[in-house]
Design a protein around this ligand. Structure first.
Ligand code: HEC
Length: 138
């Protein structure tokens, strides 16, 4: 009686140990590496964004805003996370309002610092806002 009881006890113990080890191994496993999305635009294209454009607004957007707002850069990444992938890059959006764009640029928004008239004049900002709202849906 004792012998069988003891044996069963050992079997149960080793089962419990086995389970514990499996559970520990499971919990210490690293999360699978996140699959990275391919960049929408290559960095070389971000640098050259708008340079060949006939539209002054697009050229200005390229030199003043694109390094954050085009490709896998801070503005595009954050807006993509907050609002969805199709909202990530400003120049492909159809929902932007010119006054909103100007207000955001002068005041900043969350992680975007304000940009002063020294860096972007009112005239330049007007052209950028015009460019970003060229496809605005009424
Ligand atoms: C230093 C990087 C940086 C620069 C330069 C920059 N932005 Fe931003 N911008 C951001 C970030 C980051 C956000 C997102 C803020 C957040 O939600 O965290 C943003 C958000 C915006 C938004 C808000 C979009 C929305 O859906 O609410 C507008 C509009 C905008 N930027 C316009 C511009 C324009 C126009 C320029 C150029 C004159 C510019 N930004 C330059 C980083 C930048």
């Amino acid at each position: 009686m004792n012998f069988y009881g003891g044996r069963r006890g050992r079997v149960l113990l080793s089962c419990a140990l086995g389970l514990a080890i499996v559970a520990c191994a499971g919990s210490s496993e690293e999360a699978p590496a996140q699959t990275r999305e391919p960049a929408r635009t290559r960095q070389s294209q971000v640098v050259l964004f708008g340079t060949a454009s006939a539209d002054a607004g697009e050229r200005l957007y390229g030199s003043k805003c694109a390094f954050c707002h085009v490709g896998r850069n801070t503005g595009a990444i954050m807006l993509g996370r907050r609002l969805g992938k199709d909202m990530a890059e400003l120049h492909t959006r159809t929902d932007l309002d010119a006054d909103y764009v100007k207000a955001v640029v002068r005041s900043g928004i969350v992680n975007m610092p304000p940009i002063s008239r020294v860096d972007v004049t009112d005239e330049e900002l007007g052209k950028i806002a015009e460019y970003l709202t060229r496809t605005k849906k009424k």
